[in-house]
Structure formats: structure tokens, C-alpha cells
Design a protein. Structure first.
Length: 81
């Protein structure tokens, strides 16, 4: 589990290098080499969303900023998704 300074450092890193950038490609398959390697990550991405829906919702949107509360971090994107 990361500590608060690590989460905040990650947030600042993403803001510095990715803020204002457009999402050009969405990869939503497991890639850890385990038994679910290559499968859609429906454990983390839930609520009945499939790979095509996730890609459609994210691709082409721009990262506006990154927020943090405690150890939780979220990305604010442009447009509707």
C-alpha cells in the first residue's frame, strides 16, 4: 500500500507529464503474465462495462487534472464519457 507522499508524488508526475494530453489508445486487458493474461480486466472495471464501451468512453478525451484524497487518486477528463 503506498504512503501519502508517494501518492502525491505520482499525482504531480502525471500532472507534469500528461496534463493537457489526449488519450489516443486504451489498453484494458490483463498483462501481468498470470492466468488472466490477455483477458479484459472485468475485476477492476465493473458495472457491466466491456472493453469497447471503456475505449469509446476514454479515447480522444483530454486529461484536465489529477486529484487526490487520502490514498485515492482520480483523473478529471474533458468531455462526456
Amino acid at each position: 500500500m503506498p504512503e501519502l507522499p508517494e501518492v502525491d508524488a505520482a499525482r504531480h508526475l502525471v500532472i507534469r507529464h500528461c496534463s493537457g494530453q489526449s488519450i489516443s489508445k486504451v489498453l484494458c486487458n490483463e498483462s501481468g503474465g498470470g492466468p488472466r493474461d490477455g483477458q479484459f480486466d472485468d475485476i477492476v472495471i465493473s458495472d457491466g462495462v466491456d472493453a469497447a464501451q471503456l475505449t469509446k468512453a476514454l479515447q480522444g478525451r483530454t486529461l484536465k487534472t489529477v486529484q487526490r484524497k487520502g490514498k485515492q487518486m482520480w483523473f478529471e477528463l474533458s468531455g462526456d464519457g
